[in-house]
Design a protein around this ligand. Sequence first.
Ligand code: ASP
Ligand code: MG
Length: 260
Amino acid sequence: MNHTIILKFGGASVASPEAFSHISDIVIERKKHYQNVVVVVSAMGNTTNELIALAHKVNSNPPRREFDMLISVGERISISLLAMALAKKNVEAVSFTGSQTGIITTNENGDAKIIDVKPKRLLPCLAQGKVVIVAGFQGMSTDGDITTLGRGGSDTTAVALAVALGAEKVEFFKDVLGIYNEDPKKNPHAKLLPTLSYDEALKIILAGAKVLHARSVSMAQKNSIKLHVLCFTDYKNSNYGTVILSQTRLSEPEYKYEFK
Ligand code: ASP
Ligand code: MG
């Protein structure tokens, strides 16, 4: 049995109440193959944008500390709903906010950097075989305030947890099949890229594609964490999607494949 896997579900994968039941099925399937399953979720659909708009209706220039206190709430909705959906399927799961998870950040509200992860509360749950669900995009500053990691920051939460827990890989579930050479929502002929090196992935992201939070890829590169971007609806076929690894590991026979 493999050891630890991190599953990350973005806003599009948790856009409706029904989505949580589908995610539960994915979690149950992965639990058959991994001893420890940790799930990181983003806010549902457009929730973060709505919270930002709400703040601006009250104050066009909100205090940054209070802004983070508000916009971190979206992920908290998702973690609790996922724990409820898993409970309905008789899977023991516990949800944690970023601060409960021990994600310690700088105090740059709105763009905080993770400086440490102390998953003390997670370890006993995992040891008891429970699924752990973590709110993405947020942490707690060294001053004890709630911080957020910048838009799309849940990806970085997932990789930071992979490093802290010694996970083998992070799977990112999206509403597309993987990473393409062009935006598949704009160009139907865009080509799916089966493998990418960290440098190639970073290049695509820095050119403007919002496929993954840039910091998550550099953190994975530094710590040799395997990243796998795959489709929310096609999760059973784990050979599909895009695998991101170092150039050296991609040259290994296992990764020398190409999709037509
Ligand atoms: N919910 C946050 C955002 O929309 C974080 C994330 O999705 O990763 O930016
Ligand atoms: Mg989001």
